[in-house]
Unconditional design. Structure first.
Length: 147
């Protein structure tokens, strides 16, 4: 978390961006999240803290965080963009439930190793990747009835 905050400070300094009170509130609220969050969800949280914050301010702040490599934007096929902290040291992939929309993060070293082997076989240098599996979660899965 501290490394990402230092990265943000360096990015803002390099770009000549200021830490306004509203921007700081949005950033702090986002950094407290443990789930993938949409701009509308984040907007609702920060509006509860400061009613002067507009939707456009939240959007621009999240765009700044994405441009600075602080957050990653994900589109999981439901029409919403969700954001999470971009931490290369804690890479993970996603299981997305098509029924309830839940998102489960997972890490699997075998998948990572296989990706590297495939890339190496083709002389391909991987710069980034994402792995998303879509299906039905345990809570939503309905066992088939045997007849």
């Amino acid at each position: 978390m501290e490394r990402l905050r230092r990265q943000l400070d360096a990015y803002m300094l390099k770009r000549g961006l200021r830490y306004t009170d509203q921007r700081r509130l949005i950033i702090d609220a986002f950094f407290q999240q443990t789930e993938h969050i949409t701009i509308d969800e984040l907007y609702g949280k920060v509006r509860n803290l400061d009613t002067r914050i507009g939707h456009a301010t939240v959007y621009r702040t999240m765009k700044m965080l994405a441009d600075g490599g602080i957050v990653q934007a994900h589109e999981f096929g439901d029409g919403f963009t969700r954001y999470e902290l971009a931490d290369e040291r804690a890479h993970h992939d996603h299981l997305i439930c098509l029924e309830c929309g839940s998102i489960t993060e997972f890490e699997e070293p075998i998948i990572e190793e296989l990706q590297e082997r495939v890339a190496s076989r083709y002389g391909f240098e991987v710069k980034a990747h994402k792995h998303e599996l879509y299906g039905v979660c345990r809570r939503c899965h309905k066992p088939s009835k045997k007849r």
